[in-house]
Design a protein around this ligand. Structure first.
Ligand code: CU
Length: 812
């Protein structure tokens, strides 16, 4: 085992094998290294001798590299501290697994692959992040390194009153000091880490057992389904006679006292989500004794049939005949070139690319998942339930955020039928971190990006998804800043028509992963810009959870195929931004741009007239907030006392971007009390170790009695001069359209937000950037003086390499 090795590996280690160059390329690489070193040396001499005011003479010979340094690894550095947020190791997981299954623990566990619904089994092992209060002391040098702990979900189906019980296990690595205790302290719903069994996340054993009721019900009516729905028959998930597959949504319980499932059937295959049939089976599956489970009824043609007899009666009367046949093939719905659609002029040429042709300009400590880039520094880590998380984000050594992490990716659907109407997904319940898969270089991320692996644990196995997170610097697509200064004085006039012209190149470092959660592909990008801003964006592609097309249900979405409707739905993705502007003595300022009536003595003829002014208020207590209409309020986290050179409070602004929304429904039974974090644009709370997460992975099935209730965070605590956490939502009201076929397009299904300096610095963070041009006409010589500040333009061949898709790795 490799317990001492990081669970993430740098691209260098992965790609050394994958991309070992041929001898000729190796020699060229050496030559290029020399050329670059020499170039840098000469440039330094010229810079030192002449300063920046005189145009540099290009004395260097242009480099001629076959790859322009594109695939060279990033410069390696050592992180200033160990990554205390790092995932538990493979060895930890294996040791925990054995430790839990040791009979001495008395947990009476069954191996999950053979466990029945009423057995006890380990459902998941994940990393429990350390408490901030401990970490801060460590980072300040005044406390020890926090211990590593795991969180373990055990399904205790064997108990008289079965529960899904979460435990904390640590300290790690496993030793005589290791303990197990209920993980209660991060949940505020009153049940601690113990969730009623009816409300547990859906696992394989539960789905297998569902067939005990679904199969006899469907066999009983196979003559009806096969006649009405183009041969549709269901004999069980693994039975080859089945021609349709069931699909379910969540929640499957309201408060844990009961459990229900609303199944819809689809024709099978890659695009099954787009080809549902109009047939639903509603089942009560409360408890662990499947002989007690009950059929609640069937729905088709917008009618409810509580019994088989009533369904059959309507069938015999010819009332169930469907107007539209569903597609049974799905080649048209695959994300591949559809030759029958023709081709566009010149589209056979390769598309433009963003390439790091000067070599990578960020530094990495891949063992600690630590990154430095243009003043930025941060640590990254990863959990099975939430995916990527950032910690200790600093600019020029000053902390801006303690934590930046995605907390939940939810979606809620609408429709006059039992599946869409009842579906609210909390995707963390499906372990978003386990749904982050290998990326396609050059398409998902630019050629030459750095790729990191993501690993998680399934039982005692380590599952590694290689190359599933990418880091790359890219052109921003616009200059960072520029100005063309007019020639205002006649004696300065020249042929160029300006006094001077300055323009600064803009680029940013992006960290990206894609989570394919069933039907959807969410692309998460965290973009660290040179000006000190961070942009977070989420885009969605993949298949809609489509509905069968109902002619009279246009209010729930358009027809998008011959028998398919695109059901309206919301996507809401909740983020946590634990700001520490310099330290934890922070306040939240609202600055409103107000149109007020004002008199000014030098305009006596106007009397009172409308005029702009700022009205600044400081948020006193914890609150959920919505963006003001017309964007007239600016929201900033500022240090309560620290000011910049001009006496202004140093802060960061939260700048809404595209589609900053909250959930449309506010009192729906499917999201009643377990989704409060989805129901405002942003929220400000006081930091507590007990309020680490907005949600719980079991909350999805507890809308009326949540395990963790975000609303309880708001208990009138002061947030003025305190350690603040800002929770914000990205998302899309998905107004579905025929262009969602075959899959939703990332171009419009996008949401973003920026965190940008607001008086944090004394001036814009562009003056020290040398990737710029400065032009000054010299009237006497009639020439244009040009400054390039010694940053040479490369003159080298690009040799892009076909992407390779990594295989998923599993090892015990
Ligand atoms: Cu959508």
């Amino acid at each position: 085992m490799d317990g001492n090795m990081p669970r993430w590996y740098s691209v260098d280690s992965i790609n050394t094998a994958k991309r070992r160059p041929a001898f000729g390329l190796w020699w060229l690489a050496v030559k290029c290294t020399w050329a670059i070193a020499l170039t840098g040396f000469l440039a330094n001499i010229v810079l030192n001798m002449s300063g920046y005011q005189v145009r540099l003479t290009a004395t260097q010979e242009r480099q001629k590299c076959t790859t322009c340094g594109l695939y060279d690894p990033a410069v390696a550095i050592d992180a200033p501290n160990p990554n205390v947020w790092a995932p538990i190791t493979s060895d930890d997981n294996t040791a925990i697994w054995a430790w839990l299954h040791d009979p001495i623990r008395g947990l009476n566990l069954t191996e999950p692959t053979v466990a029945k619904i009423n057995d006890n089994m380990v459902y998941s092992i994940d990393t429990l992040p350390p408490n901030k209060t401990d970490v801060i002391f460590f980072l300040d040098g005044s406390g020890p390194k926090p211990d590593s702990w795991a969180r373990v979900m055990i399904y205790e189906g064997g108990k008289a009153e079965p529960v899904a019980q979460e435990y904390m296990v640590g300290p790690l690595p496993v030793s005589d000091d290791t303990t197990i205790e209920p993980l209660d302290y991060i949940y505020n719903g009153g049940m601690g880490g113990s969730v009623p069994y009816n409300a547990r996340a859906i696992d394989v054993s539960r789905m297998v057992v569902l067939d005990h009721i679904l199969v006899p019900v469907m066999q009983d009516i196979v003559d009806i389904t096969s006649t009405i729905f183009q041969g549709a028959a269901y004999y069980g998930f693994a039975d080859t006679r089945s021609t349709v597959v069931p699909n379910f949504g969540t929640p499957v319980s309201f408060d844990g006292s009961e459990a229900h499932v609303n199944a819809v059937f689809h024709f099978p295959g890659s695009a099954l989500f787009l080809i549902p049939i109009d047939f639903y089976v509603l089942i009560d599956w409360t408890g662990t004794d499947y002989t007690q489970w009950k059929l609640k009824g069937f729905v088709t043609k917008e009618r409810f049939f509580p019994t088989v007899d009533e369904l059959r009666k309507a069938y015999n009367l010819g009332e169930l005949k469907q107007e539209f046949d569903q597609h049974k093939n799905y080649d048209w719905a695959l994300v591949k070139y559809q030759s029958e659609l023709g081709q566009r002029p010149l589209e056979s040429r390769v598309a433009p690319q963003s390439l790091e042709i000067g070599g990578k300009r960020y530094k990495l400590d891949p063992k600690q998942n630590y990154v430095e880039y243009m003043g930025w520094s941060f640590y990254a880590t990863y959990t099975k339930s939430l995916g990527l998380m950032f910690y200790d984000i600093r600019f020029n050594g000053e902390r801006i955020l303690y934590e930046l992490s995605m907390q939940e990716a939810a979606s809620q659907y609408g429709g006059f039928q039992p599946k869409a109407a009842s579906t609210l997904f909390h995707d963390t319940a499906f372990s978003i971190g386990a749904d982050v898969f290998p990326l396609v270089e050059g398409f998902d991320c630019p050629f030459g990006s750095t790729f990191w692996n993501m690993s998680f644990y399934d039982r005692n196995q380590t599952i590694t998804h290689p190359n599933s997170l990418c880091l790359f610097e890219h052109d921003s697509g616009h200059p960072l800043s520029r100005h063309r200064a007019e020639t205002f004085a006649a004696e300065n006039e020249n042929e160029w028509g300006f006094d001077n012209l300055g323009v600064v190149k803009s680029s940013a470092l992006s960290v990206r992963f894609i989570a394919t959660v069933g039907n959807y592909d969410y692309i998460f990008t965290y973009e660290f810009s040179q000006d000190g801003a961070i942009e977070i964006s989420v885009r969605a592609s993949g298949y809609l959870q489509a509905s069968y097309y109902y002619k009279d249900q246009g209010r729930f979405g358009p027809r998008i195929q011959k028998a398919t409707q695109g059901p309206i739905h919301d996507h809401i993705i909740t983020f946590k931004a634990d700001f520490d502007i310099l330290d934890s003595n922070n306040s939240f300022e609202k600055t409103e741009l107000k149109a007020v009536q004002q008199e000014q003595p030098w305009f006596p003829e106007l009397g009172s007239f409308e005029q702009l002014q700022l009205e600044k208020t400081v948020l006193a207590k914890e609150e959920q907030l919505n963006w003001q209409s017309n964007g007239q309020t600016m929201y900033c986290v500022v240090h309560k006392n620290e000011t910049n050179q001009w006496g202004e409070k140093r802060g960061y602004r939260i700048v809404p971007g595209k589609s900053n929304i909250h959930l449309s429904t506010l009192t729906s039974p499917w999201s009643r009390h377990n989704s409060a974090f989805l129901k405002s644009h942003l929220a400000v709370t006081r930091q507590h170790d007990t309020e680490q997460f907005a949600n719980s992975i079991n909350n999805a099935n507890l809308p009326f009695k949540p395990q963790h209730d975000f609303l309880k965070f708001f208990n009138d605590e002061s947030v003025d001069g305190e350690d603040l956490v800002v929770w914000f939502n990205l998302g899309m009201h998905h107004f579905t359209r025929s262009e969602d076929v075959p899959v939703t397009l990332f171009t419009e299904a996008v949401s973003s937000i920026s965190l940008a300096p607001q008086n944090f610095f004394d001036r814009a963070q562009d003056g020290d950037l040398r990737n710029r041009r400065w032009y000054v006409p010299n009237k006497e010589s009639g020439t244009l003086q040009t400054e390039d500040y010694g940053v040479e333009l490369p003159n080298c061949a690009i040799n892009l390499r076909e992407p390779e898709i990594a295989k998923i790795l599993a090892k015990e």
